[in-house]
Ligand binder design. Structure first.
Ligand code: ADP
Ligand code: LRH
Length: 502
C-alpha cells in the first residue's frame, strides 16, 4: 500500500480531536507523514452538585463520530487514545462504570497532600514514586476517596485510567498503558510495578489495578457491537503513549542522541528532558521535577507549570461577561500593553481551580505590592511574561541539576500558535526556541501506531519522519538586557530563587 491511515484521538482540556495520520510512501526520497483533523469536539468538565466530573459518555459518543468521519473514503488500520494524566474510572463486579469519573481539578483533594505526608514522609514518598506530590495525582485522589469512605471505591473491582476506560468501552480490553499509569504516583519509580506496600499504608486497594502494558503494541479491536453500530470492519486498538505529554515527547523533532530540553505548551506547560533513568537525587524534590514514564521505558523528567490554563480561564470569564476575544486577539492586546509591569508565580495554587481568574491575578499583584493590571491586554501580558520567566527559572534549575547547558529549547503543542509567547520565551532564556509541531500529542500517538503496525521501525525513525514532515519555526532571543533585569524583578516579586528554601 502506498498510503497507510491510522486514527489518533487526543483529548485535551481545550478540545478533543480525531486526527487521521497518513503515512505517505509514494514520495521518491523518503516517506512523509500527514495529519488530517476529521473531528474536533468540546471536552468540558461538568460541575454537578459539589463536584467536577468528566462527561465520559458524551466523549464516547464523540469518539464514535470520529470513527465514522475518519472512515469516509479511507481504510483505518488502527486507533489509539491519549488524554491528560491522573484521572480514572472505577468498574463494578459486572464491568459497569461506577459513576462519573472525577476531574482532577475537583476540590475533594484540597488537603490530601498533607494527610498523605503525615503517613509517608515527603522524601520517602518521592524516593518511592519519583513524582512530585501534586494535589491531583491518582494517589491523592484515591487517598481522598478512602478518607471520604467512597461507596464507589468500596464496590470497585477495577480501576482504569481515562484513555484505558474509553479503550475498554470500545474494545472490552482492560489494561493500563505504562505512560498513563506513570502519572498516577502508584508505580514504583522508574518501573512498571504497582507499589503495593505503599498503597497498603494509605489504605488504597491494589487489587483493582490492571496489568501494565508497554506502548507500541496491538491490544485488541473494536467490539462486534460497535462495528455493527458504526457499520465498520473491526479496527485494531493500539496501546499508544496514552498520556498526552508522553505522546508529545515521542514527537520531539530530534533524531540524534543529544539531550534535549522540551516544553509542551498546552493547558499545562510541561518543561523537561528525557533520560534513561529517573532522577531521584534528593535535590530534585525541592526543584519541582517529576519522573514520569516515557514510551520505551525512558524517564520523562519534567516540571508541571500552570501554563495556558491561566489564559483559558481568563478568556472564559471575559466571554461570560460578553467581552469575546479569540486566543489570537488576546495575543494582539497583550502585545500592545506596556512591558514588565507586574508578575505572578504561575504555579501558585491560587490559580489551580476554575473560576474568577482575572480577579485572582489582580489579587496576587495587589498582595505582592505590584501595579494591578486592569485591562484585558495588561492581564494577558502579565500572564505571558510570567510564563516566559517561569520557563527561564525551570530551565536554570534543570541545567543546575544535570550540570549541562541545552543549546536550545523545543516548544511543542497548541500553545506555539502564540508567537508572542514563543518570542518572549526565547528572549527570557537567552537562546533559540525551535517551535513545532503543533499537534505534538496526536503525532506521537500516530507514530506509536505506525510502530505497532511495523510501518516505522522505532522511536528514532518516528522522530526523523516527524522532523522531515513538520519543519520547525525558530525564534532568536531579543532585548537581552531588559529580559535579564525583568528576570531579577520577577524572582523578587514572586519570592522565588534558583534553589528554593525548604
Ligand atoms: P490542550 O493541552 O488542551 O490539548 P492545546 O495543545 O490544544 O491544549 O493548546 C491550546 C492552547 O493554545 C490554548 O489554550 C491557547 O492558549 C493556545 N492557542 C491556540 N490557538 C492559538 C492562537 N491562534 N493564538 C494564540 N494562542 C493559541
Ligand atoms: C497535560 C497533562 C499533564 C498532567 C496534567 C494533569 O495535559 O497531562 O502532563 O500532569 O495534564
Amino acid at each position: 500500500k502506498k498510503e497507510v491511515h491510522v486514527l489518533a484521538f487526543d483529548l485535551g482540556a481545550s478540545s478533543g480531536r480525531a486526527m487521521v495520520g497518513t503515512l505517505d510512501k509514494s514520495a521518491q526520497e523518503a516517506p512523509v507523514l500527514r495529519l488530517t483533523e476529521v473531528h474536533r469536539f468540546p471536552n468540558e468538565p461538568v460541575q454537578a452538585g459539589a463536584h467536577l466530573y468528566w462527561d465520559i459518555l458524551r466523549l464516547l459518543h464523540e469518539l464514535k463520530q470520529g470513527f465514522r468521519k475518519a472512515s469516509e473514503g479511507r481504510t483505518i488500520e488502527s486507533f489509539g487514545i491519549d488524554t491528560w494524566g491522573v484521572d480514572y474510572g472505577l468498574l463494578g463486579e459486572d464491568g459497569e462504570l461506577l459513576g462519573n469519573p472525577y476531574h482532577y481539578r475537583d476540590a475533594r483533594t484540597d488537603h490530601t497532600v498533607e494527610k498523605v505526608h503525615a503517613i509517608i514522609g515527603k522524601n520517602e514518598l518521592f524516593q518511592a514514586t519519583g513524582l512530585q506530590p501534586l494535589t491531583f495525582n491518582t494517589l491523592m485522589q484515591l487517598h481522598a476517596a478512602v478518607e471520604q469512605n467512597s461507596v464507589a471505591l468500596r464496590e470497585a473491582k477495577e480501576l482504569l485510567f481515562i484513555p484505558d476506560l474509553l479503550l475498554y468501552l470500545l474494545t472490552g480490553v482492560k489494561q493500563s498503558e505504562y505512560t498513563i499509569a506513570s502519572t498516577s504516583q502508584l508505580l514504583k519509580a522508574g518501573t512498571q510495578e504497582w507499589d503495593k506496600e505503599l498503597l497498603a499504608k494509605l489504605g488504597i486497594p491494589s487489587d483493582i489495578l490492571p496489568p501494565v502494558v508497554m506502548s507500541g503494541q496491538t491490544v485488541g479491536e473494536l467490539t462486534e457491537a460497535i462495528c455493527e453500530e458504526l457499520k465498520l470492519p473491526p479496527i485494531r486498538a493500539v496501546a499508544v503513549p496514552e498520556h498526552d505529554t508522553g505522546a508529545a515527547v515521542v514527537s520531539v523533532p530530534v533524531d540524534t542522541d543529544e539531550e534535549v530540553a522540551y516544553l509542551i505548551s498546552g493547558t499545562w506547560s510541561l518543561f523537561g528532558t528525557e533520560l534513561a533513568q529517573p532522577l531521584l537525587d534528593p535535590r530534585v524534590l525541592p526543584l519541582g521535577f517529576s519522573n514520569e514514564g516515557g514510551m520505551g521505558g525512558t524517564a520523562r523528567t519534567l516540571k508541571n507549570i500552570m501554563g495556558l490554563w491561566l489564559i483559558q480561564e481568563c478568556k472564559r470569564s471575559w466571554d461570560q461577561a460578553g467581552e469575546n476575544h479569540s486566543f489570537a486577539d488576546l495575543v494582539v492586546l497583550a502585545d500592545k500593553a506596556p512591558a514588565f509591569r507586574s508578575f505572578i508565580n504561575p504555579d501558585d495554587l491560587l490559580f489551580l481551580p476554575p473560576g474568577g481568574m482575572p480577579e485572582r491575578i489582580q489579587e496576587y499583584c495587589r498582595r505582592t505590592g505590584q501595579a494591578v493590571p486592569e485591562s484585558i491586554g495588561e492581564i494577558t501580558r502579565t500572564i505571558y511574561e510570567s510564563l516566559a520567566l517561569q520557563y527561564r527559572l525551570v530551565l536554570d534549575r534543570l541545567e543546575h541539576l544535570g550540570g549541562i547547558r541545552y543549546p536550545r529549547l523545543h516548544m511543542m503543542g497548541g500553545g506555539i500558535q502564540n508567537k508572542l509567547l514563543c518570542q518572549m520565551t526565547a528572549s527570557a532564556i537567552g537562546r533559540e526556541v525551535w517551535a513545532g509541531p503543533v499537534e505534538a500529542s496526536s503525532l506521537g500517538n500516530v507514530a506509536a501506531q505506525l510502530i505497532a503496525l511495523g510501518e516505522v521501525k522505532d522511536i528514532r525513525e518516528a522522530r526523523s519522519l516527524i522532523k522531515r514532515s513538520y519543519p520547525v519555526d525558530t525564534y532568536a532571543p531579543q532585548d537581552q538586557e531588559a529580559w535579564e533585569a525583568a528576570y531579577k524583578r520577577f524572582l523578587d516579586a514572586t519570592g522565588q530563587t534558583l534553589i528554593p528554601e525548604e
